[in-house]
Design a protein around this ligand. Structure first.
Ligand SMILES: [Zn+2]
Ligand SMILES: [Zn+2]
Length: 393
């Protein structure tokens, strides 16, 4: 089969590799019909060489048709249409019973002290072959795959793999009071969807970014866009619109859709993912290094408010403004999405033909799987208005 493989910094290829097979009675094989590129795939593309081997198959946002199942897989069968959550969880351990599926004790990677294994994501997360391929072996398939109806386009359901549950959890963790306000920092795919989910649930939403296409997309969905390069004082702009207090909650989705790494000392280098002119401007004005985004969230949230982090944070040395956090009485929540926990909330929304979350308006590019090298480059440079790219095997 054909698969998108990692070969080094900014070097992904489409290789022919052996077809996966059922190895455990809890496995399934899925023929992939759509598979998205995630912001966190760019971290592999740019930064994670030491934790990758040449030939590793990338991707953790796939869906498709079940081709085969092991003996212990009973809730799906060949021919079913399924979405595959990015975290691999068993459904029966202590953590899974607590619905903390991103911490599954069956698939935790003890060697590196990390949480549940992920598809297509480095030795830190189990080095499980990923879903940017024609076929995918799904471990723990007795629990993970989400069965969806046949008929409507893949995009209706594809984002259940990561973007939507990550956004939903970001909003849950933001703890926005009824009728309250939230600022979403960063309007990549997770920021877009976090903003729409918050609005769907009754909040007034400010969306903050510096890329024109992203601000335009947000305003198409009723989000109040704020171009952070157009102001020297984001806090003041937000206080003006919130009776002088600042938003009740802030969702930090900068650099986002990302699956954290405990060793990524990458904050400043993330700026390297933007086109130079934009990066320079951002550094000048608002600063896009990850820590700056968090500091900004702490600055803008109202006293007693909540910050929900769905961006990547890594390293042990990040200094935190503890005095300000304590003085303002801020609550901080974070963590990787526990995908299946939110599916009962999300499935009715994506199944609704009125498309209340606007899932049909997120992908900017659909390309054949064989164009993956071009797609990664385009996504990395954010060229051609790229916000979300879907590959079709
Ligand atoms: Zn992702
Ligand atoms: Zn588990």
């Amino acid at each position: 089969m054909k698969a998108v493989t990692w070969h080094g910094k900014r070097d992904v290829r489409v290789d022919t590799v052996p077809d996966p097979t059922i190895e455990q009675p809890t496995d399934a094989i899925v023929r992939v019909s759509s598979t998205a590129i995630c912001g966190s795939d760019l971290h592999l593309y740019e930064l994670f060489g030491p934790f990758m081997n040449p030939g590793d198959i990338l991707g953790h946002e796939p869906m498709g048709i079940v081709e085969a199942v092991g003996a212990e897989v009973t809730h799906i069968q060949p021919g079913d249409r399924v979405v595959i959550p990015f975290n691999i969880s068993c459904g029966h351990c202590f953590m899974c019973k607590e619905q903390l599926f991103s911490q599954c004790e069956t698939t935790q990677v003890h060697e590196h002290g990390t949480g549940a294994s992920l598809f297509g994501y480095t030795k830190l997360y189990g080095q499980v072959p990923g879903g940017q391929a024609e076929l995918l072996r799904v471990p723990q398939a007795q629990f993970g795959p989400i069965k969806v109806p046949h008929g409507s386009p893949d995009e209706r359901f594809l984002y259940l793999s990561d973007v939507l549950p990550t956004a939903w959890q970001a909003v849950e963790y933001a703890d926005i009071p009824p009728g309250g306000t939230v600022a979403v920092l960063g309007l990549g795919p997770v920021g877009q969807m976090s903003a729409r989910v918050a609005q769907h649930r009754g909040a007034r939403v400010f969306g903050i970014d510096l890329v024109r296409e992203r601000l335009e997309m947000a305003s198409r969905h009723g989000i109040e866009p704020i171009d952070c390069t157009a102001t020297d004082d984001l806090s003041a702009v937000l206080r003006d619109r919130t009776e002088g207090r600042g938003p009740d909650s802030v969702i930090d989705a900068v650099g986002m859709e990302a699956h954290g790494s405990p060793v990524a000392a990458t904050a400043q280098r993330m700026v390297g993912m933007l086109p130079d002119a934009i990066a320079a401007k951002f550094m000048e004005k608002a600063g896009l290094d990850r820590l700056t985004a968090l500091h900004q969230a702490i600055e803008i949230v109202r006293r007693g408010g909540t910050i929900s982090i769905s961006g990547v944070y890594g390293g042990m040395v990040d200094p935190m403004p503890m005095l300000q956090m304590f003085d303002k009485g801020i609550t901080l929540r974070m963590g990787q999405a526990n995908v299946k926990r939110w599916i009962d909330d999300l499935l009715p929304l994506v199944s609704d033909d009125t498309d209340p979350l606007g899932v049909a308006d997120l992908a900017t590019h659909r390309l054949p799987l064989t164009d993956a090298p071009k797609a990664y480059e385009m996504f990395q440079k954010k060229s051609d208005g790229a916000i979300k790219i879907i590959l079709e095997p």
